[in-house]
Design a protein around this ligand. Structure first.
Ligand code: ADP
Length: 512
């Protein structure tokens, strides 16, 4: 049978999506392949169809136990022989499942990466494994946003399988560096990459808003629509859910601290459209295949573009117009910064995370097309989307080079050793005691922007920080430093533009 025939007979679809056929053909030709497709792009079929065509077993490595069961259930319902092996099963059950696979009663065998350790290697080696599919393959790369040590041994384990299976690795989020790393670690020969752009998604960044109010207003305006609200912490998830419910907005929640049973119930309420809004941490969503999600709102900024795009991409899987909204506050960036600071990563690991966070901040403050910014991050070129909040922003751009130079030279004169508030106080000529104690009232930049409010200078610093002219360095009490780009501005080699609201000065026509 041909792949096309199986697509129709087993899965009921008429045509392949972009990239699927190419990936399947690679596998059938024993080419090890990396498939990079956006969330909802149809990665599963790239190994499920070959699995049905090959004589032996297809081993599917999947990181999430809950997901495994759902996938196996869906396949079984479709009349496809599939099973899984993970830590939720006892020894006898695992043994029985291995026996089934060895007897040719199973086409797809799902395992978690942790289960591929030496204890199971002997049993796996007995199986006629033709194909190994590695889902969420970016987890193998330390350059990725979700590195998992259990993925590191995968390549070695697969090499030890006597049947010498073909490998297909799949991911929705891979920058060029991550893709290269995956290819190398797993000795892959080909890369199938479909466009990352999501033409039905409208990206929006909302800044300097009262987040709670924005959310309540938005959800009221979009009452009954299905959507996800992401927050960084369990506490914030609880706070938002309580707030929404108090405002009579039907919302449920999901985070790792809730009992398993409650999590499952809440997830199902959302999936089966009994409750339209899900408020969740990033623990929610991997493998959730809900097609009619109309919006994904991030109430707090996530730590990387990879995470953001993956989570935002859960909107509009059905292809209908949907929104991906980021509510951005610099204080949330500082929370992420602090989390990195406190993590047990080594210095190089921390630096990688800071860089990712910086790219995320730049997304929030770029004035380019948001979709193009994301595509560029993943190494793709993109036209202006015409739908995002930047493409639709018709405010005029203003040259703010001189103001930027004022801020940067003040930061420099303060020896790049202080934070935003103090810099804004010095620039606006504040008389607070600390400025005097540190003799900053004697600097030539003291009061240089005294016609502006401290708040607007602080916002300008936020803009310059997130746009990469300034760096905000350090954990809890970050200090401002001047970036290479900032140095170019100081030297007059680089101009800075910012779209700012023009103050409404109504001039009435004379004959009115
Ligand atoms: P991914 O793993 O890439 O996020 P899935 O494999 O879960 O995506 O597929 C997303 C949805 O698209 C599923 O509901 C799947 O059945 C559907 N799908 C996959 N391939 C096709 C196709 N060729 N035609 C129509 N629907 C498809």
């Amino acid at each position: 049978m041909k792949p096309q025939t199986i697509l129709k007979s087993q899965f009921g679809y008429d045509s392949f999506r972009t990239g699927q056929e190419e990936a399947i053909n690679d596998v059938l030709n024993h080419q090890n392949v990396l498939a990079i497709m956006p969330t909802g792009g149809g990665k599963s079929l790239c190994y499920q169809i070959p699995a049905l065509m090959l004589d032996g077993v297809t081993l599917v490595v999947s990181p999430l136990i809950s997901l495994m069961k759902d996938q196996v259930d869906a396949l079984t319902e479709n009349g496809i022989a599939a099973t899984f092996i993970n830590s939720s099963l006892d020894y006898d059950e695992i043994n029985a499942r291995f026996n089934q696979a060895a007897n040719g009663e199973v086409k797809l065998l799902y395992v978690s990466p942790e289960r591929l350790d030496s204890g199971y290697l002997n049993r796996l080696a007995e199986l006629p494994i033709d194909l190994v599919a590695i889902d969420e393959a970016h987890c193998i790369s330390q350059w990725g946003h979700d590195f998992r040590p259990s993925y590191l041994n995968l390549a070695q384990t697969i090499q030890q399988l006597p049947s010498q299976p073909t490998i297909i690795a799949l991911t929705a989020t891979a920058t060029p560096i991550v893709a290269q790393d995956i290819m190398q670690r797993l000795s892959l020969q080909d890369e199938v990459k479909t466009g990352f752009s999501r033409p039905n998604l409208a990206f929006k960044v909302i800044k300097h808003q009262d987040n709670d109010k924005y959310l309540v207003d938005y959800l009221k305006q979009n009452a009954g629509q299905s959507g996800i609200v992401y927050a960084s912490t369990r506490k914030e998830v609880e706070h938002l859910t309580k707030l929404l419910n108090k405002k009579h907005i039907d919302a449920t929640m999901y985070h790792g601290g809730l009992p398993k049973e409650v999590r499952r119930e809440n997830q199902e309420d959302f999936l089966y459209d009994r409750v339209p809004v899900m408020v969740a941490t990033n623990a929610f969503g991997m493998g959730i295949d809900k097609s009619n999600v109309r919006f994904v709102i991030h109430a707090q900024v996530p730590g990387s573009i990879e995470s953001y795009y993956q989570e935002a991409g859960r909107a509009g899987r059905d292809g209908l117009p949907s929104e991906a909204i980021l509510l951005f506050r610099l204080s949330d960036v500082q929370i992420q910064h602090f989390l990195i600071d406190q993590s047990d990563r080594d210095d190089a690991g921390k630096q990688r995370e800071y860089d990712k966070l910086q790219a995320m901040s730049q997304y929030a403050n770029t004035q380019e097309c948001l979709q193009s910014y994301i595509l560029q991050y993943f190494g793709e070129k993109g036209e202006k989307c015409g739908r995002c909040s930047n493409c639709l922003d018709d405010r005029k751009e203003q040259d703010i080079t001189v103001d930027t130079q004022k801020v940067l030279s003040c930061v420099k004169r303060m020896n790049e050793n202080f934070g935003k508030i103090l810099v804004a106080q010095v620039l606006t000529g504040s008389s607070v005691a600390r400025v005097k104690q540190l003799h900053f009232n004697e600097l030539s930049t003291y009061g240089l922007m005294k016609q502006s409010s401290q708040k607007s200078v602080a916002e300008l610093i936020d803009f310059l920080t997130a746009a990469g002219y300034l760096l905000s360095v350090g954990g809890q009490y970050p200090v401002l430093k001047i970036s290479d780009l900032g140095v170019e501005v100081l030297k007059g080699q680089q101009k800075v533009y910012r779209k700012v609201a023009i103050k409404a000065t109504h001039v009435l026509p004379e004959n009115d």
